[in-house]
Write a protein that binds this ligand. Structure first.
Ligand code: CAA
Length: 282
């Protein structure tokens, strides 16, 4: 099946990034969110990224205009009825995603693949909300989407081979390198990354190091492009907490216990870069 048009649910930092790479690969994109402010912020972020590439001479003005021209926005999920492939990139809340998949299942024609960018919720559980579990799959992008080369592809127990193959090749069309992960909480990326970030937060909580020192250790000692606390601020502390809770609930293993300091920051509204304050001030 040839994919020509692409729907994205959610215009946040992940959704808008996915819309950008899809449009850059030549697809017509419909990006939806709950209100005009959210879609406008998503479009603004895409335009900023594209303009930065133009300013650096990596993209010409005409291509930039063409990419932008392929992206339309909506606040109605029913406007995704005509697209060939959907990726859901809403916030990491299980009930919300379940509701979206139930709705997408009624809105989209039967042949359409419904992918989720969930960072940790089991694909099988999301697929079971629909009448097409064989067409539900995990397509997990990394933040910032336009820069990071990986897409984790996760099939649920009932995902078909055809759905998997199409999602894999679409990831490649987006200029990404796909890797397959099993359908267990956190898949591969977050199963490995989040405990490291959580441990860095425990180091801060227990006074073993200051944020700058913790991050310097991992940046210069392990050649990570950014330290774990700065990365947590980039990902969003609410997302980090949600992923740790999914790991903790899913495995019932105390090694995934979210650090109390992480919870405290989230409860206080310190979500990282997006709220202006996390482990650092922005
Ligand atoms: N959106 C788009 N492009 C961005 C960007 C953003 N938010 N931030 C940086 N870039 C681009 C820059 O424009 C620049 O592009 P060019 O190479 O074309 O010039 C490039 O990225 C490098 O940026 P900078 O020179 O400004 O800064 P840097 O070299 O420090 O790189 C970084 C920034 C790419 C974010 C780098 O620090 C990095 O790779 N950090 C780690 C990111 C990471 O681990 N992401 C995974 C998070 S986990 C996840 O996403 C999964 C999950 O479910 C939570």
């Amino acid at each position: 099946m040839e994919i020509r048009s692409f729907g994205v649910v959610g215009a946040g930092q992940m959704g808008s990034g996915i819309a950008q790479v899809a449009a850059a690969s030549g697809l017509d994109v419909v990006m939806s969110d709950i209100n005009d402010d959210c879609t406008a912020r998503g479009v603004q972020s895409i335009e900023k990224n594209l303009q930065r590439s133009v300013d650096k001479g990596k993209l010409d003005q005409e291509t930039c205009r063409a990419i932008r021209g392929r992206i339309s926005t909506t606040t109605r999920l029913t406007d995704l009825a005509g697209v060939d492939f959907v990726v859901e990139a809403a916030v990491e809340m299980e009930e919300l995603k379940f509701g979206l998949f139930r709705e997408l299942d009624t809105v989209c024609p039967d042949h359409v693949i419904l992918a989720t960018n969930t960072s940790s919720i089991p694909i099988g559980r999301i697929g079971a909300q629909t009448k097409r579990p064989e067409k539900v799959i995990g397509m997990h992008f990394m933040n910032p989407v336009p820069v990071m080369k990986l897409v984790e592809v996760i099939r649920g127990l009932r995902t078909s081979e055809e759905t998997f193959a199409l999602t894999w090749s679409l990831s490649e069309r987006f200029g990404k390198t796909p890797a397959e992960a099993g359908d267990y909480p956190g898949f591969l990326a977050n199963r490995i990354l989040m405990p490291m970030i959580n441990e860095a937060i425990f180091c801060l909580y227990q006074g073993v190091g200051k944020p700058e020192d913790i991050d310097t250790v991992m940046k210069l000692g392990m050649n990570h492009p950014m330290g774990p606390l700065a990365l947590a601020d980039l990902i969003g502390l609410d997302t980090c907490l949600a992923i740790m809770e999914t790991l903790y609930d899913g495995f019932k293993d105390s090694k995934y216990r979210p650090c109390p300091l992480l919870r405290k920051y989230v409860e206080a509204g310190w979500f990282g870069r997006k709220s202006g304050r996390g482990f650092y001030q922005y």
